[in-house]
Design a protein around this ligand. Structure first.
Ligand code: SF4
Length: 70
């Protein structure tokens, strides 16, 4: 998936990536677990988001390299 097809979720620490057996990657929003304002699977590309926090996706500390998706 191209970076510009993902938008903010690509560099948001709340993003969780899920890859299926066919190799397709989906972005799940970790904020959706506790806040109903967020969609569990946000429509991409995410261009603006009130919950965005820069960090490594899936990293609860918010640290890590920008843009790295694991
Ligand atoms: S908080 Fe917003 S930018 Fe971050 S993962 Fe959820 S939908 Fe994407």
């Amino acid at each position: 998936m191209r970076d510009d097809a993902v938008g903010l979720c690509l560099t948001c620490r709340w993003a969780r990536t899920i890859t299926n057996r066919r190799g397709s990657t989906f972005f799940r929003c970790g904020r959706a677990d506790t806040d109903p304002r967020f969609a569990r699977y946000p429509a991409l590309p995410m261009l603006t988001c009130i919950g965005y926090e820069e960090g490594r996706p899936g990293d609860p500390t918010g640290s890590g390299e920008k843009g790295e998706v694991v």
